[in-house]
Design a protein around this ligand. Structure first.
Ligand code: RP5
Ligand code: MG
Ligand code: MG
Length: 280
């Protein structure tokens, strides 16, 4: 697989921690690199949080790696990861230039889910727009602008303890793209009832490691990305989008090969395009 790009250069996000510069050929752990001395960093915001692990050397912390450990899913989609002699799980892709957990709560895999909600781009009388060069219909997806990095992204989020992935997908979409958290109970109920069915029919487009800028040598993001398609533009297409929670903006974004998104989200979007035979 492609080695990670977005988590091995420059400053670690929201910090003044510089990553140890790792050349492409030095990324795999199998390549000997005795000079490699990354800084160990765990962001202050992570420490003591209920959603976060304790320090590895804390005697009450007894994680069971590579298993679902008392509701915490410590299994990786990439297969069994290695735990080093000091008890730290190792990033399955390789070196990132920083040790510790950084901004991530869990040592090892941190599981997320990404809802890719799509529709066909239409003109003002409702005719689907076809690209003149590829002669394929143009797809749009609901993109959010992340508060942390300002980059546009799929409105994904972390899978809560014991939460079904199908629940995370719909919940994160409602929170980030429909401002669910700021609604009253009646509006929440109306909204949920109108999209519940829609969110039962998703196609899995990606499952695995995410090239997330927050990844470290000992903690990394993994996701399940599912596509939910509004063929007639009459389910999500007729709702008013409103950014909420960790999203600063939201919009229907036209999809083509020029899109530049957070982490490796463009890769998940491309897989969606291929599956729907849309313009790229
Ligand atoms: C990415 O971070 C995932 O693909 C998902 O989109 C997101 C989850 O983290 P938060 O949005 O909760 O920060 O790696
Ligand atoms: Mg969220
Ligand atoms: Mg999010």
């Amino acid at each position: 697989r492609m080695l990670h790009q977005k988590c091995r250069q420059g400053l670690y996000p929201s910090s003044n921690i510089m990553r140890f510069a790792v050349l492409e050929e030095k990324v795999p752990w199998t390549v000997d690199y005795p000079e490699y001395k990354p800084v160990a960093y765990t962001a202050p915001v992570v420490k003591g949080k209920p959603w976060a692990d304790l320090e590895i050397n804390e005697c009450t912390f007894k994680p069971k790696w590579n298993t679902v450990d008392d509701k915490v899913n410590r299994k990786s989609f990439t297969g069994d990861y290695v735990v080093n002699v000091d008890g730290y799980p190792l990033n399955p892709v390789g070196r990132t230039g920083v040790a510790g957990r950084g901004l991530l709560g869990r040592w090892g895999p941190n599981h997320a889910a990404d809802p890719i909600v799509t529709r066909w781009k239409r003109d003002n009388v409702g005719i689907v727009i076809v690209n003149e060069h590829t002669r394929k219909p143009v797809l749009q997806f609901v993109a959010i602008q992340r508060r942390d990095s300002g980059e546009w992204a799929i409105p994904g989020g972390m899978v809560d303890l014991n939460e079904a992935i199908s629940t995370t997908l719909m919940r994160e979409f409602m929170e980030e793209a429909l401002n669910f958290l700021e609604m009253n109970d009646a509006d929440r109920k109306t909204l949920q009832d109108s999209i519940k069915e829609f969110f039962t029919k998703g196609d899995e487009v990606y499952k695995g490691y995410v090239d997330d800028p927050r990844n470290t040598d000992n903690a990394w993001m993994e996701t399940v990305a599912k596509n939910f398609h509004d063929e007639e533009n009459d389910v999500v297409g007729k709702l008013a989008l409103k950014a909420g929670d960790d999203a600063r903006n939201v919009r229907w974004m036209d999809i083509n090969k020029e899109i530049n998104l957070y982490a490796n989200h463009s890769e998940f979007i491309k897989k969606t395009v291929l599956r729907r035979n849309a313009h790229w």
